[in-house]
Write a protein that binds this ligand. Structure first.
Ligand code: ZN
Length: 400
């Protein structure tokens, strides 16, 4: 029995290593759809001197809240009718309290919304009860009046589902997006003259196998055509953010491949690996040569994690947050140097900026924020209250 367990553990580790190795690789040439807000943007490479961010010398990061958009990702919620009742209770609080306090433009729920396991934890089946709990948490909390909720199927939501039209596909009837979008879709947010397009890629195999046979995602020809069309449409946007349940390393797709397809995007967000039981707590990669970012998010199921991300004048920043952790702080300028994306971001803006910019959220009023640089003296920062629509009493933009 012990040797069987060791073999299983070794196989598990091999999958981790292979996946991580694959996440560090990429292919093909560089191209980037710029911040024009126009559809005719093919070939306008960010490396070109004609790129709009480079042409517009008036752009400077000061204390204006313009051209700042933030969003949240939650993944692998695994609502279960048998295990861990706090999981759904905490998720209800996340919808009812956390999101209204943050007021993100978008919440991405990147799959495994339900657990879909049998009581003995061995078999799998779709549970209407779990889907009803998910639907009630999202709808009854009123969270949909605060944000756009973009949910997507994960492998657990697809266990034993013959196809998207079958009665077992409760995503179709009990999710936010499933009634309109059976599979991949896009959602665009317009703000301060920029379009931000969020593309959801459903890589769930069809038919959906039983546990544990759908660990790898697949984009077959028909869905690939849909994804390519979504990508073409997303080029019309200033920025595109892709998300899926599976990381790119565990999605099979037709040539020239998924990383080629998403090469113009700023970031690809995924879940699915759950930090591999804590063994790989951070799974992030910058794909070469396209230079875009991929971020896996640990699970809600055990870790109660979610991600806060912001695009501040083209600069992407992100933080993993634990449920119940307040205040939530995200520095958007200067951004974390480990995640600089020179092929996709106007990094010059950081050099010429006059302000440190921070998003701060709390359940109560934020009365004071201070910062210090490299162990220097603490300095009081000021809130920007010039944008009444953004409810700045809980969202503090900090100036130096
Ligand atoms: Zn999961």
């Amino acid at each position: 029995m012990n040797s069987v367990l060791i073999l299983v553990a070794l196989a598990f580790l091999a999958v981790v290593c292979i996946n991580w190795t694959l996440m560090s690789q990429s292919t093909d040439s560089v191209a980037f759809c710029p911040a024009t807000g126009q559809c005719n943007c093919d070939g306008a490479d960010y490396m070109s001197p004609n790129h709009p961010w480079k042409r517009d010398r008036s752009l400077q990061l000061k204390d204006s809240p313009k051209k700042l958009l933030w969003f949240v990702q939650i993944s692998d919620i695994h609502i279960s009718e048998y295990y861990d009742e706090n999981r759904i209770r905490n998720f209800e609080s996340f919808c009812a309290e956390t999101i209204p306090a943050i007021k993100p433009s978008v919440v991405i729920a990147s799959g495994d919304l339900t657990d879909a396991k049998t009581k003995d934890y061995i078999g799998s089946r779709q549970s209407l009860k779990e889907w009803e709990a998910y639907q009630a948490a999202v709808k009854d909390s009123g969270v949909l009046s605060h944000t756009a909720w973009l949910d997507l199927r994960g492998n657990h939501d697809n266990f034993n589902v013959f196809d998207v039209h079958s009665p077992e596909n409760h995503y179709r009837t009990h999710s936010v997006q499933g009634g309109t979008h059976l599979r991949s879709y896009k959602h665009t947010v317009m703000k301060d003259g920029d379009n931000y397009t969020f593309v959801a890629l459903d890589a769930s195999p069809s038919p959906g196998m039983k546990k544990p046979f759908n660990f790898i995602g697949m984009v077959l020809e028909k869905e690939w055509d849909v994804a390519r069309k979504l990508e073409e449409e997303a080029r019309c946007s200033s920025f595109s953010v892709w998300f899926a349940h599976y990381p790119t390393s565990s999605i099979l797709a037709p040539s020239p491949g998924l990383r080629w397809l998403i090469r113009r995007s700023l970031v690809f967000l995924a879940g699915h690996f759950h930090t591999f039981g804590g063994m790989v707590p951070v799974m992030h990669a910058i794909h070469r040569p396209h230079g875009n970012l991929e971020l896996e998010l640990g699970d809600w199921k055990e870790g109660r994690r979610f991600r806060l991300a912001a695009i501040d004048n083209g600069l992407l920043s992100h933080a993993t947050v634990h449920f119940g952790q307040w205040p939530i702080v995200l520095v958007t300028n200067p951004k974390d140097a480990r995640y600089l994306l020179p092929l996709h971001e106007p990094l010059d803006l950081m050099r010429t900026s006059t302000h440190i910019r921070v998003l701060v959220f709390s359940l109560g009023e934020v009365t004071e924020v201070r910062c210090r640089i490299d162990g220097g003296a603490w300095e009081r920062m000021s809130a920007n209250r010039n944008e009444p629509n953004l409810k700045w009493e809980r969202t503090v933009m900090i100036s130096s």
